[in-house]
Design a protein around this ligand. Structure first.
Ligand SMILES: [Mg+2]
Length: 143
């Protein structure tokens, strides 16, 4: 059976920071960012195509609770960029409750440190600064 990998959206495959910058970096950018039109993070598309060959991958994202339309926008964004990830989107505020092997996530505020598998702190951990190094780490240690 293939190992299960959960992949966060904002800051991992969707470029949240770039849109926040466009808005002048407001306090609480999650209240204003245009989630439906975020750019891809460099390397994300090819990385997911590769991972999908060897792992069972799911997207795990936390949309802002007070912006219910964002829940739909995330579904549409995923269909535009990753149409082959059909029915593989999980929206949750509790990533510690996900059951699987690896969680790739740039935040630590939604239960990521308590995930029962391996949490790869994307963008922060030394070996997971970007998709290139993250893929190398996964194939070296977890395949
Ligand atoms: Mg994130």
């Amino acid at each position: 059976m293939k190992k299960i990998i959960y992949i966060d959206m904002d800051g991992v495959i969707a470029n949240f920071d770039k849109d926040a910058e466009r808005l002048g970096n407001p306090h609480r950018p999650d209240k204003y960012v245009d989630y439906g039109n975020l750019e891809l993070i460099p390397g994300a598309k090819d990385a997911l195509i590769q991972l999908n060959k060897d792992f069972d991958i799911f997207i795990a994202s936390t949309p802002p609770w007070d912006r219910p339309t964002v829940w739909g926008a995330k579904r549409e964004w995923l269909e535009r960029h990753f149409p082959w990830l059909k029915r593989k989107l999980i929206l949750t505020h509790r990533k510690d409750l996900l059951i699987g092997d690896i969680l790739i996530d740039d935040s630590r505020w939604r239960g990521q440190p308590d995930f029962k598998g391996t949490w790869l702190w994307f963008g922060t951990a030394q070996k997971c600064k970007n998709w290139k190094s993250t893929l190398e780490l996964i194939y070296k240690n977890y395949k």
